[in-house]
Write a protein that binds this ligand. Sequence first.
Ligand code: NAI
Ligand code: X15
Length: 334
Amino acid sequence: MKVKVGVNGYGTIGKRVAYAVTKQDDMELTGVTKTKPDFEAYRAKELGIPVYAASEEFLSRFEKAGFEVAGTLSDLLEEVDVIVDATPGGMGAKNKVLYEKAGVKAIFQGGEKATTAEVSFVAQANYEKALGKDYVRVVSCNTTGLTRTLSAIQEYIDYVYAVMIRRAADPNDAKRGPVNAITPSVTVPSHHGPDVQTVIPINIETSAFVVPTTLMHVHSIMVELKKPVEAKDVVDIFENTTRVLLFEKEKGFDSTAQLIELARDLHREWNNLYEIAVWKESISVRGNRLFYIQAVHQESDVVPENIDAIRAMFEMADKWESIRKTNESLGILK
Ligand SMILES: NC(=O)C1=CN([C@@H]2O[C@H](COP(=O)(O)OP(=O)(O)OC[C@H]3O[C@@H](n4cnc5c(N)ncnc54)[C@H](O)[C@@H]3O)[C@@H](O)[C@H]2O)C=CC1
Ligand SMILES: O=C(OP(=O)(O)O)[C@H](O)COP(=O)(O)O
């Protein structure tokens, strides 16, 4: 049996998740919703993806443009086993009543509060917690990045302090930036630390700044160690951690620009870099403190998590089988 998947909100995350669903042999993409017949709606149609109006109120826009939709969101909900909600942050919680009414399982994204779902999810850290669940939240791109590396070294962690340097906007966003400024999140901790704690139980504080770039987020991480570890052991751990890759400045990876260039060189769709990129030279231990620096491709690291969340919710595979299938299907390097 293939799980029928719908995507509500065909934007930055939604279109990538929809694509990833089409690459799975145990899932099928039933359709996606759009609020208007823009170029993304036409492109979806060209790809053979049924396009539904996101609600009745948007139907007239499609009618006016002569764009034939397959129905509305409520029609899509009748067809699917699970809906991936990738609408703008905060909207998923409001949509949840529709999903409950339709009796359809739902996945929410990191822009929703943890209380919207039964479990907050990062596959390699807590896949089992999502087994059989109806509502799962894939945490934000930054939280996913922090959780992937920190869960790998969890046994050594006494306390984590991390600073998030966040991209101002996604490349397709001409409204928000980049801006000529550095904008701090003045609430400390930023939401990222408490969000990591919804997935793994560690001590962590975070602060965050927005900077003028569209190319990835960067995290500067300091861990107070519970027990001694050497830098070379942490290198070994990360080398053996799925969805984490080590990069060397020595080899020309000076900045996020070269990481994105590598994703282009790999002919990754939308230059997705699903893996968290840790700078190898940055991994260092001084006294009882471990330091490292990593980069997160905000548009894509959560995509494989959505796919694994679907498998967990339908108990279609165990953790490592699901991660392996997802990795292989998306060309994730390890
Ligand atoms: N862009 C990013 O870096 C990341 C975003 N997220 C989270 O993913 C979620 C979606 O974010 P993005 O994809 O970046 O947003 P986006 O703005 O690129 O896409 C949202 C899509 O939903 C559509 N939409 C708006 N109102 C709608 C409605 N009533 N019904 C259905 N669709 C509607 C928009 O037209 C757009 O196509 C948010 O929770 C966000 O926090 C998570 C990880 C990374
Ligand atoms: O939704 C996201 O970015 P956005 O809200 O700035 O578009 C990304 O998940 C990164 O956000 P975060 O810094 O809240 O993890």
